[in-house]
Design a protein around this ligand. Structure first.
Ligand SMILES: Nc1ncnc2c1ncn2[C@@H]1O[C@H](COP(=O)(O)OP(=O)(O)OP(=O)(O)O)[C@@H](O)[C@H]1O
Length: 277
């Protein structure tokens, strides 16, 4: 039976639709209005195809570098089941509200932060919620949080291509994504999944950051490729996307996270990357 041509489809519907390309209907925008007290110029999402590659590290590093350049910056921690941003900045207080709006907490460097950990009674309470509830929370981080004036809002996404990335891409005016990856064999497939998802949602890929690229031997200064040879340049060329940064394993970065003083970090490995956003 011939597939019925629909109107008002969402952008992601086009990907699986046999009428894509010849369909006259414009995809319906599902973008939600921002909170009345928010004026945000650029929304950039930081994504990864799999967990533990350093997405939060890259998100916070980009935010810090923007702060150092004098921009007003916020971080939305959309990793609801594994939030790590508040602790990186040493924030353990609760976010306040006035019945209508929720106000983000402010880190020592002025970065505004919203995370589920700022709303839970105890920060080690686990979030055992179904996907739609989690996605609803992320949407509220956009509609109900009074971010104020921001030059940049970085969204730290959960790994993969599930409910939350879909919600963020559909509901927030994401200007572009940064893909974080590591130099491992699976990188080709994992980066392509994130790249393809962004493509299907019509969101530009601003660049790829490779984390854990190497380790500098503290004795001889030699660069050791802990996770094997990197293939990121080939993959990036194939996709036509720039590699905007390569970060080594650096104990001082891990220490700043451990000591909860990321508000003082200046991650020079990504100094060039931030200029390309
Ligand atoms: N380049 C690096 N050098 C040293 N430590 C790092 C580096 N990148 C990340 N780490 C550390 O590795 C751990 C995982 O990093 P991070 O939390 O940023 O990963 P993630 O991709 O956000 O994880 P998740 O998938 O759980 O969201 C953290 O403890 C972080 O401090």
């Amino acid at each position: 039976m011939a597939e019925e041509q629909k109107t008002g489809c969402s952008p992601s519907d086009c990907a699986g639709c046999s009428h894509a390309g010849e369909c006259g209907s414009k995809p319906q925008s599902l973008i939600k209005p921002e909170n009345k007290k928010s004026h945000i110029n650029h929304v950039i999402a930081v994504v990864s195809g799999k967990g533990g590659v350093g997405k939060s590290m890259v998100t916070a590093s980009l935010a810090r570098l923007m702060r150092e350049q004098g921009f007003s910056v916020g971080i939305m921690d959309a990793d609801i089941t594994g939030p790590s941003i508040p602790k990186m900045y040493g924030i353990h207080e609760k976010a306040k509200g006035d019945g209508e709006n929720i106000f983000p907490c402010e880190a020592k460097d002025g970065t505004k932060i919203m995370s589920i950990n700022l709303l839970l009674p105890e920060e080690d309470d686990p979030v055992i919620w179904r996907g739609p509830v989690i996605s609803g929370v992320v949407t509220q981080f956009w509609t109900d949080v009074a971010w104020g004036e921001l030059d940049y809002l970085f969204v730290d996404m959960p790994p993969g291509t599930g409910d939350v990335p879909l919600t963020v891409f559909q509901s927030l005016p994401v200007e572009g994504i940064v893909i974080v990856t590591s130099p491992q064999d699976l990188v080709r497939m994992i980066v392509k999944k994130a790249y393809n998802m962004a493509g299907q949602m019509d969101i530009p890929v601003l660049g790829i950051v490779e984390n854990y690229s190497y380790l500098v031997c503290p004795d001889c200064g030699r660069k050791i490729s802990v996770f094997g040879e990197s293939h990121i340049d080939e993959v990036a060329e194939e996709l036509g996307v720039p590699v905007i940064g390569k970060m080594p394993i650096d104990a001082s970065l891990a220490e700043a996270v451990e000591n909860e003083n990321f508000a003082e970090v200046s991650n020079d490995y990504l100094a060039e990357a931030v200029n390309k956003l």
